[in-house]
Design a protein around this ligand. Structure first.
Ligand code: 6GU
Length: 238
């Protein structure tokens, strides 16, 4: 997968060199290009923002640097999907991460200040698929952290990024339930035991216990998820 990111803070994305995603990049599974929006701003101060037309607080990102930067990425690109992180967008979920992991070319445009001139969205939508995506109901100062979150969630679903694909199966949100609690050695620690069933060697009993734990934890912490869980998850919606 090819990923391009446009930002005024390119060093934010140094984090993508780390850990599993960094390995995936060095293996060539994920090819990331980070573009400094200011490289496409050509006045003496490399200005990327201006006061809002019609008045009001804050600053809005000017369209020209965005146009030039996105042209450089989109010209000749093969079916890219452009994502603008925005608190006004569709909410990012595991479901959306799975969808986006099927794409061949994602382009992320990180807004700062009070947002980007609307004409950038309209113009980009005339030449590529465009989505606005929010990572949740709270306010961030800009899209960089949101894009890091999305790339981590999407990247780990790309074949070859995670060594053992089985570890993708029984995770929180993967099938609408939260994950079960995990234990490792020692069997007793500060007077606390590992639940005996996990040491019983009875795989069926272990599976059943883990499933019950997932349902119980989901009921306690995120009951609304049980409404959405599929019947195979053991809970028929009432
Ligand atoms: Cl994607 N961007 C910004 N700036 N704030 C957010 C967000 C995104 N998602 C939630 N809050």
């Amino acid at each position: 997968m090819r990923i391009d990111i446009v930002t005024i803070f390119p060093t934010f994305f140094d984090a993508l060199d780390l850990s599993l995603l960094g390995k995936a990049r060095s293996k060539g599974i994920i090819d990331v290009g980070v573009h400094d929006l200011r490289d496409s701003a050509h006045d003496r101060h490399r200005t990327v923002d201006g006061p809002p037309a019609g008045g009001g607080a804050g600053m809005v990102m000017r369209p020209e640097p965005w146009g030039e930067s996105l042209d450089g990425i989109l010209d000749g690109a093969d079916d890219p999907l452009v994502i603008f992180p925005s608190p006004a967008g569709d909410v990012f979920t595991q479901e959306m991460a799975k969808e986006l992991a099927q794409e061949t070319h994602l382009v992320f445009g990180c807004g700062r200040f009070e947002g980007i001139d609307q004409r950038v969205f309209d113009e980009t939508a005339s030449r590529a698929r465009v989505r606005l995506v929010s990572i949740g109901d709270y306010v961030l100062n800009g899209g960089e952290v949101a894009v890091t979150v999305m790339i981590e969630a999407i990247g780990r679903l790309i074949p070859g990024v995670i060594g053992n694909p089985e570890s993708l199966v029984e995770e929180s949100h993967e099938d609408g339930l939260l994950e079960y609690p995990s234990y490792t050695k020692p069997a007793e620690w500060r007077g606390r035991q590992i639940p005996p069933v996990l040491l019983s060697g009875n795989h069926g009993a272990v599976e059943q216990w883990r499933h019950e734990q997932r349902v119980e934890r989901t009921r306690r912490v995120r009951p609304e998820l049980l409404e959405e869980a599929t019947p195979e998850d053991g809970e028929t919606p009432q």
